[in-house]
Design a protein around this ligand. Structure first.
Ligand SMILES: Nc1nc(=O)c2c([nH]1)NC[C@@H]1CN(c3ccc(C(=O)N[C@@H](CCC(=O)O)C(=O)O)cc3)C=[N+]21
Length: 295
């Protein structure tokens, strides 16, 4: 079987270009330039890289962006205050608080505090509930990026057996909701599942999102399956730091119909979907530019 390696970087770039056109058209019609706010707490180097990528991509799409960088030791009250102020700002359509937060801060509290209309991560219980009931408008970025790829690679998902490995609130659960919405038969596999490999081997669509380096090997994959690898794991190999996914790419690639690589697969699509959600939020809010009166 010839391997189809899905180029997430190229696809993401195309989506960002399309969105840049849309932003231009909308500002031309008198709407305010969409704004994204990213809040970063602490000095985790991986988080700093992701935040930089998000801001760079936002700028490519013609959004304006603000980054608030707080000290790792900041209080919950200080973080709450930053989010509350962003909630009130008219020029900000999307708010993202980079996770994970330092252990002394409550992620749940912050997720619940972000106003649902600006929750471009789609993590607020209101947006989670809307996704579960098919009324979604802000859908978590990674699952949304996965769906975009599946629409292109598979087309109609109706009746396909999709297996999601992992049950996190940020990927596994919303991914399962979205696939169900698209008429897949959905199985969720997790750490307590009996015989995960055999369940996965029945999947037409396999989404791996557990954060275990190269967990999924050949024994887990049905020939002809479409495999999406959400994992981003930094490992040491031959004394060098290297990024690998949750899928053992070299072991499975030749039996897949299509597969996403790490890096260059789902990661860039996640960021493109963050921009998409910021546009969705901006349209929903519909704020016009202030009218300057002629005199
Ligand atoms: N509130 C919140 N929302 C998030 O969406 C969120 C978060 N917190 N915390 C961390 C995770 C992780 N995440 C990534 C996004 C893009 C890449 C990405 O673009 N990766 C590149 C390369 C990365 C590299 O080279 O290190 C790739 O896969 O090709 C990776 C990881 C978003 N997250």
């Amino acid at each position: 079987m010839s391997v189809n390696v899905i180029d997430g970087r190229q696809l993401a770039e195309r989506l960002v270009e399309e969105m840049a056109e849309e932003v231009k058209a909308r500002t031309g019609q008198g709407y305010q330039q969409p704004g994204l706010a990213v809040v970063l707490v602490g000095e985790d180097p991986a988080s700093a890289i992701y935040v930089r990528n998000k801001i760079r991509t936002a700028e490519k799409a013609g959004l304006h962006s603000v980054v608030t960088h707080l000290d790792a030791s900041c209080s919950q009250q200080a973080l709450d205050k930053v989010v509350s102020e962003l909630n009130e700002r008219d020029d900000i359509d999307g708010i993202l608080v980079q996770l994970p937060l330092p252990a002394h801060l409550s992620e749940e509290r912050i997720i619940n505090l972000i106003t649902p209309e600006k929750d471009v991560d789609g993590f607020h219980p209101m947006n989670v509930g809307q996704l579960a009931t098919g009324q979604a408008h802000l859908i978590p970025c990674t699952p949304l990026g996965c769906l975009e790829i599946l629409k292109r690679e598979v087309g109609d998902l109706s009746g396909k057996h999709a297996v999601v490995v992992g049950r996190s609130n940020i990927v596994g659960k919303p991914m399962a909701s979205l696939l169900l919405q698209a008429n897949c038969t959905v199985t969720v596999v997790h750490s307590k599942t009996m015989d995960a490999a055999n369940l996965c081997k029945q999947a037409d669509i396999l989404v791996a999102a557990v954060g275990v380096p190269e967990l999924v090997d050949r024994a887990w994959v049905k020939p002809g399956a479409v495999v999406l690898d959400v994992g981003i794991n930094a490992i040491e190999k031959d004394g060098k730091r290297k990024l690998v996914g949750d899928v053992n790419f070299a072991d499975v690639a030749d039996i897949c119909k299509a597969i996403t690589p790490v890096p260059g697969g789902i990661g860039p699509m996640t960021i493109a979907c963050l921009i998409k959600n910021t546009l969705v939020a901006a349209k929903q809010r519909g704020v016009k530019q202030p009218v300057v009166k002629a005199r």
